[in-house]
Design a protein around this ligand. Structure first.
Ligand SMILES: Cc1cc2nc3c(=O)[nH]c(=O)nc-3n(C[C@H](O)[C@H](O)[C@H](O)COP(=O)(O)O)c2cc1C
Length: 371
């Protein structure tokens, strides 16, 4: 069945149109958010980023790389932000280029939490996190690798400020021309740190049982939805994903509590990363009444076959592809034409500056598809 589909291309279920909150998408292929660090050291998106995203505008939806909502949320200095007018103007160039190429793009809002470091913040401040629990891995800075620092446990006032920062960043995203925003509550970043066991040892209303661990992500989602409209907000989760040293012994009750609270909001979508340790899609799909974007996780790169299976088995409405989009800017056309995918040549250009390994992967020549 898959061989047949790959040969003819046109029957791939990934190529059927879909809609997100009333916006028509030409296919079910989502470009997954990928940090690429091509902004300048003030977090201002550079022109090469407009080229990169415009090259990939054939995706049904692009979700941008993680973007800092505030100085306090910065992960790296050359990670783009959405908290200064210069950054917003830089993003406007990107969104205009994507729209000119008939694409659609959401901004992923990513707060580093304990993954931050004073050397990676414009203000040199100490990172804030649910609890004062440090990561153990060395962190990258522009000056080389450094030891992590122990984050400061957020006060209730810090939590309020952080939620407000996300709402402001969402408003800024719309001013910059994005079609919506995705809240990053996955892969070991701030909202995920609240959900997980080892990074949240709080004894107040934001820690403890499942509903309390989910409280931050719920309040964050509600505030961002209030700021820009629920139909312009997606939420990304990766239950059980141990990335960035997170431990979640029993994700199910926590994520069920989260979904019970946010499903009625009418969000644009839920973006779920599956994990070998916890079958997130199986558990959460029946608990979500809206659009669901599936991702097969980072343990093995998404293939055409694994993505088509998610749609055929109705485990997701759309599928996000990360690494395949790095080396195949024209991924949907390659799927339509049955053209082989180019491999990533040099992994060490994922997070460097400049065009190499970024905008120098060519599109395949289009070929006429029989039938
Ligand atoms: C270079 C790179 C950067 C990434 N950055 C982000 C990010 O900023 N936000 C996020 O939610 N996921 C990030 N991811 C995870 C991807 O969105 C995706 O879930 C992962 O690559 C698995 O999909 P794939 O097998 O299709 O690559 C990143 C992945 C890669 C390879």
């Amino acid at each position: 069945m898959d061989i047949d589909t790959a040969a003819t291309g046109t029957r791939s279920p990934l190529l059927t149109p879909a809609a997100i909150a009333g916006t028509e998408l030409p296919n079910r292929i989502v470009m997954a958010p990928m940090t690429r660090l091509r902004a300048d050291t003030r977090g201002v998106p550079q022109p090469v980023m407009a080229d990169y995203y415009a090259q990939r505008a054939g995706a049904g939806l692009i979700v941008s790389e993680g973007i800092a909502p505030s100085v306090r949320g910065q992960l790296f200095l050359n990670e783009p932000g959405l908290f200064t007018e210069e950054q917003i103007a830089g993003w406007r160039r990107v969104t205009d280029a994507v729209h000119a190429a008939d694409g659609r793009i959401f901004a992923q809002i990513m707060h580093a939490g304990r993954n931050g470091h004073p050397a990676n913040r414009l203000d040199g401040g100490t990172p804030e996190a649910p609890s004062a629990v440090a990561t153990t891995r060395p962190l990258h800075t522009l000056g080389g690798k450094v030891d992590p620092v122990t984050p400061r446990a957020m006060t209730t006032a810090d939590i309020r400020t952080t939620i407000d920062d996300h709402a402001d960043a969402a408003r800024a995203a719309l001013r910059a021309g994005f079609d919506g925003v995705e809240i990053h509550s996955a892969n070991g970043y701030l909202a995920h740190q609240f959900l997980a066991d080892n990074t949240n040892v709080r004894t107040d209303a934001y820690g403890g049982g499942p509903a309390d661990r989910a409280r931050f992500a719920i309040e964050l989602t509600e505030a961002v939805a209030d700021a820009v409209g629920a139909d312009r907000v997606g939420l990304r989760v990766a239950p059980g994903n141990p990335e960035n040293e997170l431990v979640e012994a029993d994700p199910a009750p926590v994520y069920r509590a989260l979904l019970a609270a946010v499903d009625p909001l009418g969000l644009a979508y839920l973006h779920v990363t599956d994990d070998p340790g916890y079958p997130a899609l199986d558990d959460l799909r029946p608990r979500w009444s809206g659009t669901l974007i599936g991702n097969t996780g980072e343990h093995e790169e998404t293939t055409r076959e694994s993505a088509e299976r998610l749609i055929r088995e109705d485990r997701a409405d759309l599928v996000s592809f990360g690494r395949p989009f790095i080396s195949n800017p024209d991924l949907p056309a390659r799927i339509a034409d049955g053209v082989p995918w180019a491999p990533i040549r040099e992994k060490n250009f994922h997070y460097t500056s400049g065009p190499r390994g970024y905008v120098d992967y060519p599109a395949a020549p289009r070929k006429a598809v029989a039938g």
